[in-house]
Design a protein around this ligand. Sequence first.
Ligand code: KIV
Ligand code: ZN
Length: 396
Amino acid sequence: MMNQDQTGTMRKIHIFDTTLRDGEQAPGATLTPEQKIVIAKQLAKLGVDVIEPGFPISSPGDFAAVQQIAREVAGVEICGFARAMKEDIDAAVRAIQDAERKRLHLFISSSSIHLDFQLRKSREQVIGIARQMVAYAKQFVDRIEFSPMDATRTGDEFLFEMIEAVIEEGATIINIPDTVGYALPEEYGAMFTRVMKNVRGGQQVQYSAHCHNDLGLAVANSLAAIQAGVSQVEVTVNGVGERAGNCSMEELVMALETRKAAIGAETSIRPEHIFDTSQLVSRAMSFPIAFNKPIVGRNAFQHEAGIHQDGLLKNRSTYEIMDPERLGIPRSMIILGKHSGRHAIKHRVSQFGVELNEEQMESFYAAFKSLADRQKVVHDHQLLELVGHTVNQVLE
Ligand code: KIV
Ligand code: ZN
């Protein structure tokens, strides 16, 4: 484990946001160039280190969006995305030309299954292309990120050979994607350890994790990579992306934030902008957020069980490990329903300025439970109607 060094200094994890490139590949999540610009500005405000705003060769609209973001979004590195092909590289170089800080991200597949059935090329041919294209890109941009696609289903020998080759040609950041979300955390972390140890030149580059969530392991795998020494993680807001999506920005950042001492690493993300950013992306992509999604889901800070509500009213940390207000989320709510206890109900009623005596409370509590049995949640207006009704009955 690469925890805090002996001076207690936290390692900085760079957040590479690919919501506007890999995230936009989520079925139905397409964005207009105007929406991309608004989101990119919000990502800069959130504090991400790198933005990958699109795939410049893929369409004139995407090219224009990447170009405008490169021109207008300051204080963050802008990354042009390209297959290992001259036309792609040329388009990406032109699109990011005016960025304050820029990098190019090149990829080519490395697994046998991709080479045999998709690229239909031999290993020698693929290594040759990777070398040539990194060398070609290097004349335009100094910072070159390289990704061997489907790396987690690639044998060590060929993976090392490919990484060694691109480092020799000038790649400065090695991103190792779990393209199909197949890796397990220990495997993924161990793969980085082996690469760092065995690849010639492997000590002089920066490493990056890029995880997909097909088995629900994208965040766990990214954390394993961090513990193996990776200093960049590629994420998307709300975890949007192909199939089951990518590593979720908010989940990874809050895992690091909440367990900072255990992990020994931190990011530059400003948590107070997490909720707004999540809402913005969800609305722009017309992509709803699951109620139980960690951090930003509707229920993430809501409590219904009576025992939990009682504990929360005494001390919030009984059932909350994060302060929702720090994430820009309105104060955590207690949901009143059939699981709520007397204490929570009395507390809510008192928030409306109504103090019930014991007799009133008994009759009100019985009426509340019977209403809650009939419906999932008792809303505040129904609560107040019930109060009025019960109190009057007791007074009569
Ligand atoms: O999942 C993947 O392999 C990618 C790369 C091209 C980085 O998105
Ligand atoms: Zn991906």
